[in-house]
Design a protein around this ligand. Sequence first.
Ligand code: NAD
Length: 288
Amino acid sequence: MTERIDGHTILIGLMAYPIRHSMSPTMHNNAFAKLGLNYAYLAFEVTNDTLPQAIEAIRTLDMRGSNISMPNKQKVIPLLDQLDPAAEMVGAVNTIVNDAGKLTGYCTDGTGFMQSLKDENLDITGEKMVLVGAGGAGTAIAIQAALDGVKEIALFNRQDEFWNNAQRNVEVINEKTNCQATLHALEDQADLKAEIQDSAIYCDATSAGMNPLEDLTLVTNPDWFKSDMIVFDTVYAPRTTKLMTVAQKAGVKHVLNGLGMMLEQGAEAFKLWTGEPMPVDYIRDLLF
Ligand code: NAD
């Protein structure tokens, strides 16, 4: 790192709280080093209270941009000059690009999801998807899938505090894209089973499967899955979740965790800042 930093080094940030656990600084700095790019990526503990000053600092210090994570993904929107159309539809920003003082907000989680499927030579355009979850990840996935040509999305959620989000996501998709979205209560298990059996991909974008819910899967019966479908769990720690075990038991051919999505959302941001593709395979082998 010290060999790389000089008077010309360009700074990129990550503004969130808590954030010290993040892998993003390691991922981006290794990618810069591998490509010989004179950038440095640093994590900053930024809360909603300090966000306005931190965003202004991007302009003041002529930083190239920043990643944004919780609790700032929505709060940052009024502080920016413009939004990419997908970020506007998602209503959240995870990446900022600074072009000579003009800050544009992007959301790369959804493009990361779609790219991680492409990396496995899987194409879900024109297909039907069952998606469970309408939080940050579920919203980004739903909007990007709809924008990229997924034909139909059956969106399930618990009737919890995210239910309104799910309603909103369905409305936005039906109003602004050619995809047809329908809203379903996760509590209706017969409906979930029927929709899965009518779909090419089942995607879980809930907290199920992730610490502290490692033992939870929203589908427990392997018979609900078809062997020729895709089962995608957005969780990447653990690498094999309970849902993935159920899908493997069903003989599902394409069972994916969220590691590819995580790497590709980073790669998308990397490209926006540097104009270069991130060496994704190198980073995967080095760090994961
Ligand atoms: P969030 O808190 O914004 O949303 C949580 C979602 O999970 C909501 O839809 C909620 O209704 C649902 N949920 C919570 N507990 C549940 C339960 N017991 N049963 C059924 N549904 C439940 O969280 P988020 O940031 O959207 O994260 C959701 C998942 O996505 C997490 O597992 C996270 O690991 C994953 N994620 C992956 C990536 C990636 O790059 N791979 C990025 C972000 C999030």
